[in-house]
Design a protein around this ligand. Structure first.
Ligand code: ADP
Length: 161
């Protein structure tokens, strides 16, 4: 039984994340989308809001659950019995950081392996930061995030569309 975690901030969840979730869920037996509760990051959406949006978007994928965590990822993985980490690689710029994190996690917890999925070309430019930058100026984010979240994102910037 392969249980994996797909960790991230998901502030907010983008179409790139959703694509990663769907593809990872078809590879592993069980996938936990792990929402990092990092108060230092000053997120746009609270951890509860991020979990709730992810639950909404994954409700029809039977082997996916959503949970928040804080502290060390490998400690949380031990708690829930997961041995695989899924991460996305968008461009070479992601590589150096991701390699370092993957090797650190493996060193700290040798049973843990990281699997990288290359991004879908359609979403290789996309990040939560880009979504926030465009939304803050009232720009069109309809290609970036699931439709049902568009309004919720604008509302954070007091924009009514
Ligand atoms: P973090 O704050 O840890 O970067 P994110 O929520 O931004 O977390 O991303 C979580 C994971 O999703 C990372 O592995 C990241 O590389 C991946 N990811 C983000 N955007 C995309 C995308 N457009 N396509 C594929 N993977 C992505």
């Amino acid at each position: 039984m392969k249980k994996a975690i797909y960790p991230g901030s998901f502030d907010p969840v983008t179409n790139g994340h959703v694509d990663m979730i769907v593809r990872s869920a078809s590879i592993v037996d069980e996938l936990v989308v792990g929402v990092l509760n990092n108060s230092a990051k000053n997120p746009l959406f609270s951890v509860e809001e991020r979990v709730s949006m992810l639950e909404e978007i994954t409700k029809d994928i039977p082997n996916v659950t959503v949970a928040s965590f804080d502290g060390l990822l490998v400690d949380y993985m031990e708690q829930i019995g997961a041995s695989l980490i899924i991460r996305g690689l968008r461009a070479v710029t992601d590589f150096e950081y991701e390699l370092q994190i993957a090797q650190t996690n493996h060193r700290v917890s040798p049973a843990v392996e990281t699997i990288f999925l290359t991004t879908n070309l359609k979403y290789s430019y996309l990040s939560s930061t880009i979504v926030k930058e465009v939304a803050a100026y009232g720009g069109d984010i309809s290609h970036f995030v699931p439709e049902q979240f568009i309004e919720r994102i604008y509302r954070k910037y007091n924009i009514v569309k």
